[in-house]
Design a protein around this ligand. Structure first.
Ligand SMILES: [Zn+2]
Length: 242
């Protein structure tokens, strides 16, 4: 295997590693997006629960009012029993009448408020059902993403092992250093030099001397002689003839 072939091999693994790393970065973002989709259903459910709580509190409030008024009437009646004069008795009757009117109003309000309860409860149930359904879908999707994350991590570990092996096959440290440096800035690092003398990486036409060097390199490779680094004059990619 020539050193160029060894580098092409290494680049192939590095390409897969790049894709996997990119996916690994992207998956948590997709999970977050998916989870954020629930925010509408959560807001609706919270509003429905708050509305139901308000409706219940109204019923309870009128109930308490009615209870207090009943007790007040009872008290007035008890006091009235012990009164001496007709005048006092009649005054109390008027008071009891007034409070009884208030009681009637409170009881009517309570009944009206109770009418609102079923629709408030139904709204909460609908919102809960919608949330549950959406949550179920989101949970399933997130579980799939988690599985994918685990699979990508496992594949990445395999690729790293493979890379270590492929890197050993690049026997010339000069090539390795060049490759590793450029890898951080340019991808792919190695590019074919086309028949028209164009760098397949940046598509710049190369001077004829570059083509000659690449041809000589290919011949040296076939003959088992050392190869040199032939780089694109524009992007610096390692050029090779197919
Ligand atoms: Zn180039």
């Amino acid at each position: 295997m020539t050193i160029i072939e060894a580098l092409v091999d290494l680049q192939e693994v590095d390409g897969r590693i790049r894709e996997l790393e990119h996916e690994l970065k992207d998956l948590p973002r997709r999970k977050a997006l998916e989870t954020a989709r629930l925010s509408g259903a959560i807001a609706d459910l919270q509003a429905a629960k708050a509305n139901q709580e308000y409706a219940s509190q109204r019923v309870k409030g009128y109930e308490e009012d009615a209870q207090a008024l009943k007790e007040k009437i009872q008290k007035l009646k008890t006091t009235q029993m012990g009164l001496k004069t007709n005048k006092e008795y009649q005054d109390f009757s008027i008071q009891i009448d007034l409070v009884s009117h208030d009681l009637e109003a409170a009881e009517n309000n309570q009944i009206a408020a109770m009418d609102d309860l079923p629709s408030a409860e139904a709204r909460t149930k609908d919102a809960q059902d919608r949330y549950d359904a959406e949550k179920g879908g989101v949970d399933r999707f997130c579980a799939e993403l988690d599985e994918r994350i685990a699979a990508v991590k496992a594949e990445l570990a395999e690729c790293q092992k493979e890379r270590a092996e492929k890197a050993k096959a690049v026997s010339d440290p000069k090539f390795m250093l060049y490759y590793e440096r450029l890898r951080l800035k340019r991808w792919p690092v190695l590019a074919a030099l086309t028949h028209d003398g164009v760098c397949d990486g940046c598509h710049l036409v190369q001077p004829p001397s570059v083509g000659q060097l690449a041809d000589a390199n290919a011949k040296n490779g076939e003959a088992g002689k050392p190869q040199s680094i032939v780089a694109c004059t524009m992007c610096g990619r390692i050029l090779y003839r197919i």
